[in-house]
Design a protein around this ligand. Structure first.
Ligand SMILES: [Zn+2]
Length: 225
């Protein structure tokens, strides 16, 4: 019980810290975007709907279960909770989900383009080309289903006319994925603007790099290897 209480408190504090990082890194503005992380097999901590990140406190974070029902909290959970729970239910190894409205990812999403596998760091962490999920209204079950379908085994997806979603084993990895995704989207937009041919990495090379990242490099980043 004590362990669970500590897990809940540290999850809520980590969500607030990640919210500050999203603002600092210009991946969201105002109260848009949302963050969640798993507390245990059943419970998820998620940002409340409509609260700015600068003033967010751990007490504002809402606890929901895997079905999206509120377990604890004084606020309404994020309106995109269906996207979050759908990812946790589809990927048992997912420990955190971050949804951003970052500029270059949103620019590609407005054109219904994905992020091509043209730079090594994006394929290392995400696992290949990032697809753009079919459009559905925000907050709907349809959007959650489209998101999971377009993820297709990767750790990031664009949401048509909306933004991006990334997941990771924990909040640090999900945040890194969101940053690298935005950088790759910016590079893709710059390349497209030149009109020159862009060379995608081969599937074989992508698999080698992603496999190495999963087995070794991500552990080194977390100080585990
Ligand atoms: Zn959104």
């Amino acid at each position: 019980m004590k362990t669970q209480l500590f897990a809940k408190e540290s999850a809520c504090a980590a969500i607030v810290e990640t919210g500050h990082a999203l603002i600092e890194k210009k991946l969201v503005a105002g109260s848009w975007g949302n963050i969640s992380c798993r507390i245990d097999a059943q419970n998820i901590a998620i940002t409340p709907s409509g609260h700015g990140y600068e003033t967010l406190t751990p007490e504002d974070v809402v606890i929901i279960n895997r079905d999206g029902e509120v377990v604890e909290g004084k606020h309404i959970p994020s309106s995109e909770l269906k996207v979050h729970t759908a990812i946790y239910n589809a990927y048992p190894e997912a420990g955190a989900v971050i949804h951003t409205h970052s500029i270059y990812a949103s620019a590609l999403a407005a054109m219904h383009h994905g992020v091509p596998a043209i730079i090594e760091d994006i394929v290392q962490i995400i696992g290949g080309r990032v697809e753009c999920a079919e459009y559905a209204l925000c907050g709907t079950q349809e959007l959650a289903e489209n998101t999971v379908r377009a993820l297709n085994g990767k750790k990031a997806v664009l949401l048509a006319n909306h933004g991006a979603v990334c997941w990771g084993k924990n909040l640090a990895e999900a945040l890194l994925a969101a940053e690298i995704l935005e950088k790759a989207a910016q590079i893709a937009v710059i390349c497209a603007g030149t009109g020159n041919k862009v060379y995608e990495l081969s599937c074989e090379d992508v698999d080698v790099m992603h496999d190495f990242y999963e087995k070794h490099y991500s552990k080194r980043q977390q100080g585990e290897e």
